[in-house]
Design a protein around this ligand. Structure first.
Ligand SMILES: [Fe+2]
Length: 282
């Protein structure tokens, strides 16, 4: 970890496949975001603002915390959350890795499931889009350009992410392959991954990793988890789907509550997605 701290965020990203910034936010800011996130989460468990259905207490995360349906008669918390998403500190973090202005994609809150203890499965995200191993190999070999970033901000202390530093640059070693893919993936929850680093985050520490590298989460009901994840893309990596389909970000009534700098940040989103959102939600 010390070696990473000495490198810039983009150097860490290029060499290790992850970037870690200690104390990106102050503890008092995290106390506030924790209260706001837990409030949204409790409402979601009762009824999602997106579809009115009760959220699953055994899920690992919920999306779209910034839906105004969670902030009825509570403009102050809505403004705090939207300002947080557009905060210069996190946008600079994203921009340093993306090497382009970040555009908002989605917000996610990670929490521990009510029941069960599951060690996550080791994977590279590319395997879910491309089951063909040769295609995965070619993708890794191309030194792909980073066009999206998921920044995890610990609201309380956490160690729920593991990463194999450097694995974003190369194909699996035989030991790694055995754990990730061999025998129909029956070993993929192994706790013996060579070189695995369990990342420790204090409240306010930010972590992002290249999902092309080997990684996994941990889902233990007896280990409290409260992590806010904010996802940004470059405009070039424009992708309209469940995550970016947020018609509420076009609500003038809500956008007018926000300071100009925050509004300007969300204008990037609006300019990119306006046509698709209008078509999808007319
Ligand atoms: Fe993943």
């Amino acid at each position: 970890m010390n070696q990473s701290v000495a490198m810039s965020l983009s150097e860490q990203w290029k060499v290790n496949g992850y970037s870690f910034q200690e104390e990106l936010f102050q503890p008092h800011e995290m106390t506030k975001m924790l209260r706001i996130s837990e409030n949204v989460w409790q409402q979601w468990l009762e009824a999602s603002a997106e579809n009115g259905q009760a959220g699953n207490p055994n899920a690992h995360c919920m999306r779209h915390l910034n839906h105004p349906g969670y902030f009825k008669n509570n403009d102050a918390d809505f403004i705090t959350l939207m300002n947080f998403i557009a905060d210069e500190r996190i946008l600079q973090f994203a921009e340093e890795i993306l090497e382009a202005p970040p555009v908002f994609r989605t917000s996610t809150f990670w929490f521990e499931p009510e029941e069960g203890i599951v060690d996550g499965n080791w994977h590279r995200d590319i395997q879910f889009q491309e089951p063909d191993e040769q295609v995965q190999k070619d993708y890794i070999a191309q030194h792909h350009k980073t066009t999206g970033i998921q920044i995890q901000i610990a609201l309380i202390e956490t160690e729920d992410n593991e990463y194999v530093p450097g694995s974003h640059l190369r194909w699996d070693t035989p030991e790694e392959y055995h754990i990730r893919l061999a025998d129909e993936q029956q070993h993929n929850k192994s706790n013996d991954m060579p070189g695995a680093l369990r990342v420790h985050q204090n409240p306010g520490d930010a972590l992002a990793f290249d999902p092309a590298g080997l990684h996994r989460g941990r889902y233990h009901s007896n280990i409290k988890r409260r992590t806010m994840m904010l996802t940004y893309n470059t405009a070039e990596a424009y992708r309209f789907d469940y995550f970016s389909d947020q018609p509420w970000l076009f609500s003038e009534k809500h956008m007018e509550l926000l300071p100009t700098s925050t509004q300007n940040f969300f204008k990037r989103y609006q300019d990119l997605y306006r046509n698709d959102v209008m078509k999808q939600n007319k």
